[in-house]
Structure formats: structure tokens, C-alpha cells
Write a protein of this length. Structure first.
Length: 506
């Protein structure tokens, strides 16, 4: 039987991102994927198009994968384009809540004082195929073994290791991570509890020939019967039918059914001549009560499912992968401080729960009937205010995400700002090797000797920044989260204590 440090089930975006993190950290990794290969019409644009938020884009940037991602998405590279602004520009797109679009001019950036511009875009529409091809290429370069056409049919574990069963033979690993999507079998085999709320609606995405498309309004339309989206590309539609999730999703929706739903929701007599592709989803919102049972962990849709409204599933899953990767690698290498792996659930479970609630709040606001219509009026008024827009923007863009990891400085627990040093180096450039980063912004060497004790786990850099946001030094975890920060003069004792907390004994 093959033996690995980690076996990942599922070569979706989350499984592949996690595989890259673990490969970068020098772990032996196998990824098992039941599909015969990475290509599928559902993963290509436009049906496979997903909105990536700043946090996800920065995760690619910090690992040197932003240009490949932009190139795979048909966009120009940003390498060499110096972002010399020292403050973030007003966003050009701020998202929506329950199909009510935000005015980006109303976002109050002062509410996010520790954000600096970075070379990537604020928001990126990328298709799953592009995301996965970039990750697959990098994972294999890092020595990860990706096996397609392998269906996982069972998992067993004891104190020493776990075994993933795949028909004829098994793969043994010290740890198994289920990244096998919303219908995860790993979740079931390992006995995770999956709890939440049942659906209010059935959603559909489809590619159709429409005889009279002018009868449908372009964009996102909230109607008294539900909601429909007419996407910019011809024939691409989305619909939400508040049927209590009654549609039997084990069967393929027929042309007649889709047309009936579309006519009812849009209040038109539009005709769908032919259906080329169609799939359904619901707003069922469920989450496992923990992300770890023994030697089995979950990430991405395997740990949390909710409606795609608000475009957060992939972003949340990539956040899981970033958070888990370095902690699991430190555990495998035997230098993780006590309890480090448990901070994965402690930090990521509340984020997942907030995303589920966000999707529930939108479904409740969109459902047909006088109560939701009254609620829509209130929400619309709030979204017309600067505070309302800023709040929703913080939730939708991920800008308001932070972990409660203790410490006094307000930057601790937040994503590290992309500090730009006097020599042009950016924080993001310094994070490519997957180690933590001790960045002293005094140009002096108060922390150098302490940092040297952990040099195999963190990199130490000193310099001055164009805009240091009043911070004199910070310790950044490999996932980009600030573990410690100080001002005005860095305190080596407090720094050493933070190093021990996150990176173990030197
Ligand atoms: C219409 C729609 C629009 C969306 N828009 C957005 C958006 O704009 N932004 C956003 O952030 N999210 C969006 N999402 C959600 C996003 O697509 C998912 O959250 C994301 O794809 C989850 O990634 P994953 O890797 O966890 O799971 P998946 O992408 O589902 O990958 C799981 C993989 O595991 C494999 N697998 C399953 N079972 C087994 C098994 N037994 N053995 C081996 N392999 C197995 C599967 O074949 C699959 O490749 C949208 C979803 C939908 C449906």
C-alpha cells in the first residue's frame, strides 16, 4: 500500500490549493479525484465562472500564482506593474445583497484602516477550469501526486494513520483531508455531524436557446415570484424558484420544467427552444460541527454548503486551505506547538457559520410575499447609506474577516497589508516560499537575533515602508494573517513569545 503524509480527496479548487500549500512545505501528498480528468463544461466559463475576492486573489499573489491565474483567465499579467499608490482606490464594484446592487462610491474605506493596495485586481471573475489548471500545474511541480479516475469508497483510521479505500487498493496516510465537495463521502465515512437548515428555494443555472430573449431584463431581477438573472452572454440564465426545495435534484430538469419556472418567475411568456446545459442547486445551509475528527479533516464545500448567492463558497474554501495548509505541515514535521491544528476549526468554523448566515439572510429577504417585500424596503434604505454599503462590502469582499487570536495591536488577526518597502519589494513577494515572515519596518535590527532562532520556519526582513500604517514590526503567519504587531519600537520579548505560540520551540 502507498504511504503518504497526507491524502487529499477531491481535486477541486480547494483540494488542489491545499495540495500546493502542503507540497510547498515539503510534505508527501496524494490527491485522489473521481473524475477522469480536469475538464468539464460546468467548470469552464461562463457556467463555471466564479467571483474571487481580494483575499483569494492575494492568496494566489503571495504564492506567485497571480500572473498564471490572470493569464489562464485571458487577462493581462500584472508582473512588473508597480502599484505605487499607498492607499487603496475606491472599489469599482462592491457586490450585492439579495440582488440589490451596492454603489461602490458609498464604500467608506476608512472602515478598513489596515488595507494597502496590492498588484492584483480587487475582484476577479475566473472560471473553475482556469483556477484548477494553475493549481494542478503548480501542485505537480511541487511533487504532489494527482490521481484522476479514482473514487474513494471508504475511510478507516487509528491512532497512527488513516487509510483511504479506493476499490481494489488503499492509500495510507498520516492525515486525510476531505475536499470532496458538498456531497462529501469523507464527511460521512469519518462520522462528522452535518447540521443546518433546509432549503427555501431551488436554483437553476442553464444555457439555452431563447426564442425571444428581449422579454427578459438583463442582469439580476428580483420579482414577486422569485429571482432570475440574464447573464451578458447569450442564453445563460440563472433562476431561483421558492418551491421549498421541492424539485427532485436527482433528475435532470426538462425544457418544459425550466420554461414553466422561468415564465412564472419573470412574469413573461418567454420561450426556451432548446436546453444545452442545465443544473440545479438549493439554499440548503449546512456545516459540520467540527472540521477535524481524529486524523481526518475537512475543507471547502465538504465542511460547509450554502446557496451560491453572494459568491462565497469558493472564497471560503480557499481560505480554509490557506489556514489549514501550514498548520498541517507543521504537525507532520513535528514542530507544531500544542493545539495548533485545533486552531483550524477554531478560526475557520466561525467564518463558515457567518457565510451560511449571510446566505440565509439573503434567501429570507428574497422570498416572495409581503413580509420579505417589507424587509427589502428596509434593506434598500440601509444600502443607500454609507454605513450600510460599507458593512455589506466588508462582508462580501472578505475585508471584514479577522480571527480572534488575542494580542493588543488592532492589526493582529487581520490579513497582512501588502507593505511596499523602499527598495520596491512587497510583503506579498516575501511570502512565496510558504514560511512565516518577521518584517521590521524600522530599518533597524531589533528582532534579528530572536528571529534567527526560527530561521527554518520564518524569514526575517528589515527595511522602511512607503506607508507603514504606524506599525514598527509584525509577524505574519504563512497564511498571511498577522500573528503579532508592535509600535513604536518592536519589543523582542513579546515577539519571541508570539513566535513560540505559532511556530513552536526553535
Ligand atoms: C452556480 C454556482 C455559482 C457559484 N459562484 C460562486 C462565486 O462566484 N464565488 C464563490 O466563491 N463560490 C461560488 N460558488 C461555489 C463554488 O463553486 C464552490 O464553493 C467551490 O467549487 C467548492 O470547491 P471544493 O473544492 O470545495 O469542491 P468541488 O469544487 O465540488 O470539488 C470537489 C471534488 O471532489 C471530487 N470528489 C467528490 N467525491 C469524490 C470521491 N468519492 N472520490 C474522489 N473524488 C471525489 C469531485 O469530483 C470534485 O472534483 C458557486 C457555485 C455554484 C453552483
Amino acid at each position: 500500500m502507498d504511504e503518504f503524509d497526507i491524502a487529499i480527496v477531491g481535486a477541486g479548487p480547494v483540494g488542489l490549493f491545499l495540495a500546493c500549500e502542503l507540497g510547498l512545505a515539503g510534505c508527501s501528498v496524494v490527491v485522489l479525484e473521481r473524475e477522469p480528468g480536469p475538464r468539464s463544461p460546468w467548470r469552464a466559463a461562463p457556467l463555471g465562472t466564479r467571483g474571487l475576492t481580494t483575499a483569494s486573489i492575494e492568496a494566489f499573489y503571495r504564492r506567485g500564482m497571480l500572473d498564471p491565474l490572470l493569464s489562464a483567465s485571458g487577462l493581462p499579467a500584472v508582473t512588473g506593474v508597480e502599484t505605487d499608490a499607498d492607499e487603496r482606490a475606491q472599489p469599482s464594484f462592491a457586490g450585492h445583497f439579495a440582488a440589490m446592487t451596492l454603489d461602490p462610491a458609498h464604500v467608506d474605506l476608512a472602515a478598513f484602516p489596515f488595507r494597502l493596495p496590492s498588484p492584483g485586481p480587487e475582484m476577479l471573475m475566473a472560471d473553475l477550469e482556469a483556477v484548477e489548471s494553475v493549481l494542478y500545474e503548480r501542485a505537480t511541480k511541487l511533487g504532489v501526486q494527482v490521481e484522476y479516475g479514482v473514487t474513494v469508497s471508504g475511510i478507516s483510521q487509528d491512532d497512527e494513520r488513516a487509510v483511504v479505500h479506493t476499490g481494489g487498493h488503499g492509500h495510507a496516510a498520516r492525515w486525510v483531508v476531505g475536499c470532496d465537495g458538498g456531497r462529501s463521502v469523507v464527511r460521512g465515512f469519518a462520522g462528522f455531524e452535518f447540521v443546518g437548515t433546509e432549503p427555501m428555494f431551488t436554483g437553476y443555472t442553464l444555457l439555452a436557446t431563447i426564442a425571444d430573449p428581449e422579454k427578459l431584463r438583463p442582469g439580476f431581477n428580483l420579482t414577486p415570484q422569485g429571482a432570475y438573472i440574464r447573464m451578458p452572454r447569450d442564453g445563460h440564465l440563472g433562476m431561483m424558484d421558492f418551491d421549498g426545495g421541492a424539485f427532485d435534484r436527482s433528475r435532470q430538469p426538462t425544457r418544459e420544467h425550466l420554461q414553466e419556472v422561468l415564465r412564472r418567475i419573470s412574469g413573461t411568456d418567454v420561450t426556451l427552444t432548446e436546453i444545452h446545459l442545465a443544473s440545479s442547486f438549493t439554499d440548503r445551509a449546512m456545516q459540520t460541527t467540527t472540521y477535524r475528527r481524529g486524523r481526518v479533516l475537512l475543507a471547502g464545500d465538504a465542511a460547509h454548503i450554502h446557496s451560491p448567492m453572494g459568491g462565497q463558497g469558493l472564497n471560503t474554501g480557499l481560505g480554509d486551505a490557506m489556514n489549514l495548509g501550514w498548520k498541517l505541515a507543521a504537525t507532520v514535521h513535528g514542530h507544531a506547538p500544542d493545539g495548533l491544528l485545533d486552531t483550524y476549526t477554531e478560526e475557520r468554523h466561525p467564518i463558515g457559520a457567518r457565510v451560511l448566515d449571510w446566505s440565509r439572510a439573503q434567501a429570507a429577504t428574497m422570498r416572495p410575499g409581503p413580509y420579505a417585500q417589507a424587509l427589502q424596503g428596509v434593506v434598500r434604505d440601509l444600502l443607500g447609506t454609507r454605513d450600510g454599503t460599507t458593512y455589506v462590502y466588508g462582508r462580501v469582499s472578505g475585508a471584514s474577516i479577522h480571527y480572534d487570536v488575542g494580542g493588543e495591536h488592532p492589526l493582529i488577526g487581520h490579513d497582512a497589508p501588502d507593505f511596499r518597502l523602499a527598495d520596491g519589494t512587497r510583503l506579498g513577494d516575501l511570502m512565496q516560499d510558504g514560511r512565516g515572515l518577521a518584517l521590521e519596518l524600522t530599518g533597524d535590527h531589533h528582532l534579528r537575533d530572536t528571529a534567527a532562532k526560527w530561521e527554518n520556519r520564518i524569514q526575517y526582513v528589515t527595511g522602511t515602508a512607503h506607508n507603514n500604517l504606524g506599525v514598527s514590526a509584525l509577524l505574519v503567519r504563512p497564511d498571511g494573517v498577522v500573528a503579532w504587531a508592535d509600535t513604536p519600537t518592536p519589543n523582542p520579548t513579546a515577539f519571541e513569545s508570539a513566535l513560540g505560540t505559532w511556530f513552536g520551540t526553535p
